[in-house]
Design a protein around this ligand. Sequence first.
Ligand SMILES: C[S@@+](CC[C@H](N)C(=O)[O-])C[C@H]1O[C@@H](n2cnc3c(N)ncnc32)[C@H](O)[C@@H]1O
Length: 308
Amino acid sequence: MDEHTPVLVEESLAALALEADGYYVDATFGRGGHTARILEALGGKGRVLALDRDAAAIAAGRARFAHEMRLALVHAPFAELASLVPQHGEGRPCRGVLFDLGVSSPQLDDPARGFSFRADGPLDMRMDATRGEPVSAWLAHAGVDEIRQVIATLGEERFARRVAEAIVSARSVAPLTRTSQLSEVVSRAVRTREPGKHPATRTFQALRMFINDELGQLERGLAAAASALAVGGRLAVITFHSLEDRAVKEFMQAQSHVAPELARLPVIPPSAEPRFKLVGRKSRPGDDEIKRNPRARSAMLRVAERVR
Ligand SMILES: C[S@@+](CC[C@H](N)C(=O)[O-])C[C@H]1O[C@@H](n2cnc3c(N)ncnc32)[C@H](O)[C@@H]1O
């Protein structure tokens, strides 16, 4: 239950264009699948800073990499990268940052974390259980419109209003404290079944993204990574759904083009030149990888390189 199969590993390593003595950041350590491969490719002077906002991931990493002197493992959200990258780099330029977004298999598979609509557990869904409030607490006080909006925007759920009303009506009878309760309430409210999808998929995704402020973290994490990278350094991001991918695509596009209002000037001021160039097109796992690891099926990797 404590294993995570890393996705798009060869593609991510190629994207980072590793240099043996370079300093790299794994912003989403998980169970260290990508970190392990980066360390393997680095020499004795290479260095990796790995972050995870989940204390269980960091504890597992400390046990697995107890003797690895080239690795700094830090329990922190990646929105805090700006201060952490210089702090752990021993004065070295950062040559690459990798984000492998979303949740890990150990998080999904442990019912006690409350991410799963298939197994019963406390309705929590926080990646960092030391901060913020669990989903159950938020659902106990949020207004029906707030709940509807979260489910509509972050879950892209057509039946968001019905689901929100069903939640509010269920909580007036008994507090929603278990994943199985929420899953049943949603299943009754969502009439149309999408093939191969549990009716609660979209609602659970929305609540997870909301309670962990995933899009806010992504926006701040990308901005911090972009500023922390040295010229020539690579930014590689693996996403798992369209909202994340859209945010990454728009960020990379904005960073790699002159702002439209300045592009019309006869001479582009040097300060307006793009800081990044896009590297290749987005990549997806091949059939073999998806067969070996079905959770890779929606993964997408985008890469950009800092050029000034
Ligand atoms: C898909 S898993 C990464 C798996 C990892 N690449 C591996 O091979 O084991 C995503 C991890 O990122 C962490 N995470 C998600 N959002 C985060 C954030 N904003 N800051 C830090 N860690 C985050 C999660 O806790 C989870 O452990």
